[in-house]
Design a protein. Structure first.
Length: 364
């Protein structure tokens, strides 16, 4: 027995230093050779009931892929959003604010390559452009952000960047895990909606010391972000394939909730229009790009969303840009996708393309 214990002790003395050396090697490797993704920490500001970013770190590197094939620099500004410049009271120009989710957050490109900033640089000096984007924000949160920007900056033009999951995630009953964003709660008996008050998620690193410690590890961030181990685990548990999804949603599930989604979208666009009746409002809707790439656009199961947006925007006399036709024409002509193979968000080409579409639209 003594020999066994002595042997185990010897193995421990040998193994522990080896593990420590390996850990230190991997930490350095994923900091300097293949840099692990290092996004800014999300932060819930209770006074504004606003979930954006912590301003404790101003700049950093966001990477995608096991070899960090995509690298992009981010910058958190004075109002806690990812943008190359600080925001300020605009008085001698027309202020455009672009509101959206991860497409406007735009960590997949350098901060100065996002379409709001490209729009700023391409428009005349008569305009200023600010962006307010946060990953996972739905249409209901865009309403909340519009109130926030009206309070602090009073823009002349509001552009709302729409993607397909913005609709159902706005409804609390369909997506209750997004309670840190404003959502609509549906009362079936009264056939009416009420707004939920955004509240913090106490599992955020902001409130969790262990998560803050883990995020300091490049090895942990590489496993979590670059290898995406959480999604691999979820796919193993749930047993779902990306083939069941189109345009980042399950189209069959969404179709079953079409009536409720239509009512909620009507309510939100009506509210946005009424609260900004003296401002110019533009909704921009991303194309079903996977269907464009596969030449199956006519078979797409999300067409009803485009019909819905067109109908509701016409109803409330609100401007609407559908990116489907221009993206289809450009893809047929150039054969160039608007996103990388590693990520479904727009890449630099996609952001440049959308910026040019909006410039033509705004100046025509």
């Amino acid at each position: 027995m003594k020999k066994v214990l002595k042997g185990l002790r010897n193995i421990l003395f040998i193994s522990l230093p080896t593990v420590l050396v390996l850990f230190l090697f991997l930490e350095l490797f994923f900091r300097f050779v293949i840099p692990a993704s290092d996004p800014p920490g999300g932060y819930f500001y209770d006074d504004e009931k606003m979930y954006s970013f912590s301003n404790k770190r101003e700049t950093g590197l966001f990477t995608i892929g096991r070899f960090a094939e995509i690298k992009a620099r981010w910058r958190i500004n004075n109002m806690n959003w990812n943008y190359p410049i600080d925001y300020y009271p605009v008085q001698d120009k027309k202020l455009i604010t672009v509101i959206g989710d991860s497409y406007i957050e735009a960590f997949q490109v350098d901060a100065d390559k996002s379409y709001p900033f490209l729009l700023r640089n391409k428009l005349s000096s008569d305009y200023e452009v600010f962006a307010f984007g946060k990953s996972g924000a739905p249409l209901s949160q865009y309403l909340h952000i519009s109130r926030y920007v009206n309070k602090h900056l009073n823009p002349d033009i509001l552009i709302f960047n729409m993607v397909h999951n913005d609709f159902y995630e706005s409804i609390y009953q369909l997506h209750p895990s997004r309670h840190y964003y404003l959502q609509l709660s549906y009362n079936e008996e009264q056939n009416s909606f009420s707004e939920t008050i955004p509240r913090p998620n106490y599992s955020f690193a902001q409130f969790n010391t262990w998560k803050r410690v883990l995020y300091k590890s490049a090895l942990f961030r590489y496993l979590y972000h670059n290898l995406n181990v959480s999604n691999i685990r979820l796919q193993f548990i749930v047993g779902r394939s990306d083939n069941e999804f189109e345009a980042n949603i399950d189209p069959v599930q969404m179709k079953n909730k079409q009536d409720l989604i239509h009512k909620a979208t009507d309510h939100l666009i009506k509210t946005i229009t009424e609260e900004n009746n003296e401002k110019r409002i533009i909704f921009v809707f991303d194309a079903p790009r996977s269907s464009i790439y596969s030449n199956t656009l006519e078979e797409s199961k999300v067409w009803w969303m485009y019909d819905m947006m067109k109908e509701i925007c016409q109803k409330y006399n609100t401007e609407y840009i559908d990116l489907t036709d221009p993206m289809k024409e450009d893809f047929i002509k150039n054969g160039r996708k608007f996103n990388s193979e590693l990520d479904g968000h727009w890449d630099e080409y996609g952001h440049e393309f959308v910026a040019n579409i909006l410039i033509d639209y705004l100046l025509k």
